[in-house]
Design a protein around this ligand. Structure first.
Ligand code: GRF
Length: 236
């Protein structure tokens, strides 16, 4: 059977791309990264791809007069690489509905929050501002409704009392690097079944280390830790 081909779209740093390359090198990706496409010529991710011996191409969005023209050029480059799967790994352009439909059911994204909480940008800042105790990341299929596609896998981390945005982002990123390769592998091994808004994953799911138990709640002396008494007797 042919090895599934993966085309990765990037815009910046490329640490998730690095995790995918690392997984492929260790025989744990279930596919081969055939091409890396960037909408920015200055993306550090391009050097990471180059070091991994992967073909790269830059399609600068600024070079096109509107989104449709950019999307068409991007689709042409993707199709030339003949992928079975397209992965958005820190790709920071919103894609039009026509483009998204073209790759429906074969395009994954990694998002730095536990969707459906915090779609969009600044997820870590917003999570801290809300005082959430558990945060994380989501690998999901891409649909025209940005950050709302069927969820494949998630990884959770505890939010610490003294976290700032950078500390929380770093903790989530480490989990992204486990969740995205695991989701890609499950796709390549044909273990994902989209069922409405959800996705069934057959077989091995996420590495256990992706799940971090939230920090323990320390009881104040005034707080009772005893369970409230419940009266479970039913009227006769
Ligand atoms: C990641 O946090 C990813 O979830 C988000 O953009 C960031 C990209 O980081 N979509 P990198 O380029 O993979 O290092």
């Amino acid at each position: 059977m042919a090895i599934p081909r993966i085309t990765v779209l990037v815009s910046g740093r490329g640490s998730n791309l690095g995790a995918l390359i690392d997984a492929e090198c260790r025989g744990r990706l279930g596919g081969t990264i055939a091409a890396v496409l960037s909408n920015r010529a200055d993306a550090p991710a391009l050097a990471i791809a180059g070091a991994g011996g992967i073909a790269t191409q830059v399609i600068e969005h600024r070079g096109y007069e509107d989104r449709q023209a950019f999307d068409a050029a991007l689709a042409a480059a993707i199709d030339a690489s003949e992928p079975d799967l397209v992965v958005l790994a820190g790709f920071m352009r919103v894609l039009g509905a026509t483009f998204v439909e073209r790759y429906q059911g074969r395009m994954l994204n990694i998002h730095p929050s536990l969707l459906p909480a915090y779609p969009g940008l600044d997820t870590h800042r917003r999570a801290l501002a809300d005082g959430v105790r558990v945060h994380g990341c989501t690998a999901h299929f891409v649909t025209a409704d940005v950050d709302h596609g069927p969820i494949v896998m998630q990884g959770a981390v505890a939010v610490h009392e003294d976290d700032d945005e950078a500390a929380l982002a770093a903790r989530v990123l480490a989990v992204e690097h486990q969740v995205l390769p695991a989701a890609v592998r499950a796709f390549c091994e044909k273990r994902l079944v989209i069922a409405g808004r959800g996705v069934r994953v057959r077989g091995e799911v996420v590495p256990a280390a992706a799940f971090v138990v939230p920090s323990a709640v320390v009881a104040e002396p005034s707080m009772s830790t005893a369970a409230p008494a419940l009266d479970l007797t039913r009227p006769a």
